[in-house]
Design a protein. Structure first.
Length: 190
């Protein structure tokens, strides 16, 4: 892994109730539910990991939560589907707010495009405890993880996962930022 550098970042994203409610599609949250969610946020925030991986001219950002958070979410699903859904959404939201703290363009673009897994990237992520699911997989082992380009490089047009994504296939009307030269043939730009 010579020539690859890893720079850890400390994140302090804040919990925005309106953003969380939009993501969870909730119209209201009771006081007890909100207190549980905020307690989990405070417990998970110190466990949120972020690092920049640089290899040659390429650079990526990885933000993830450890396996213990996955276990807590699984326990919440076992309690009730509604509790599991909210706690699962909280873990996703925490990761995305961490990404947005370092790459605010992701929020505007509506996506954090996934890079092609190179051997250097695979090795660096494994060293950080964030391996891919397998040698041929482009999916990360951790359930709550985001891997994207750093700095921001665009939307769907640079995403390795595009063939598997409804948004990348043009089946979503909320298209990301489209870089010049990557417009769709119909001229819509999405």
């Amino acid at each position: 892994m010579s020539g690859t550098t890893i720079t850890e970042h400390q994140l302090q994203p804040y919990f925005d109730i309106e953003d969380f409610m939009a993501l969870s599609q909730e119209k209201r949250l009771g006081g007890a539910v909100l207190e549980r969610l905020l307690g989990l946020w405070e417990a998970w925030l110190p466990r949120l990991k972020a690092c920049q991986i640089t290899s040659g001219p390429s650079s990526w950002l990885a933000v993830w939560l450890p396996e213990e958070v996955e276990a807590a979410v699984d326990e919440a699903w076992a309690q009730s589907p509604s509790e599991g859904f909210l706690v699962n959404t909280l873990a996703q939201y925490l990761c995305m707010t961490g990404v947005q703290e370092l790459l605010p363009q992701v929020e505007t673009g509506g996506c954090a495009p996934s890079p092609r897994p190179t051997p250097e990237l695979r090795a660096a992520l494994a060293e950080q405890g964030l391996p891919y699911k397998g040698e041929d997989s482009s999916l990360l082992e951790r359930r709550y993880a985001v891997l994207t380009y750093f700095p921001f490089r665009g939307g769907c047009e640079v995403c390795h996962m595009r063939p598997l994504c409804p948004k990348g296939q043009g089946r979503d009307e909320n298209a990301s930022i489209v870089l010049p030269g990557h417009e769709r043939a119909d001229g819509s730009g999405s």
